[in-house]
Design a protein around this ligand. Sequence first.
Ligand code: ZN
Length: 133
Amino acid sequence: MKKIEHIGIAVKDLDVSCGLYEKLLGIPCYKKEEVVSEGVNTAFFKTGENKIELLGATSESSPIARFLEKKGEGIHHIAFEVDNIELEMKRLKLEGFVLLNEQPKQGADNKLVCFVHPKGTNGVLVELCQEVK
Ligand code: ZN
């Protein structure tokens, strides 16, 4: 894995939090995007090499809605950039990690993504992401 690509933060109200993070970071959000398959609305900020991804639920059955219910707002996942997501998924499986999706799937911000179960990573939901060229 290369660098931390972004940190995902679960929020109750994406528009309110977008304004808050614009103030906090002193930069505008550069992209808002809905990921229908995940039931999330996202907003992205570039902070140097890395990004912040705000995540809001689009429905009550969204994984983000369930996360907010259980844990409240806060850090939801850490995403690492990889060159070859399929190789990295294979490697992690061989190491005994549990992947939440068997195939890479289309994520926000032009990425192929895969999530690693937090039970095997000390409670941290890890996302692998590979830029789609
Ligand atoms: Zn993410």
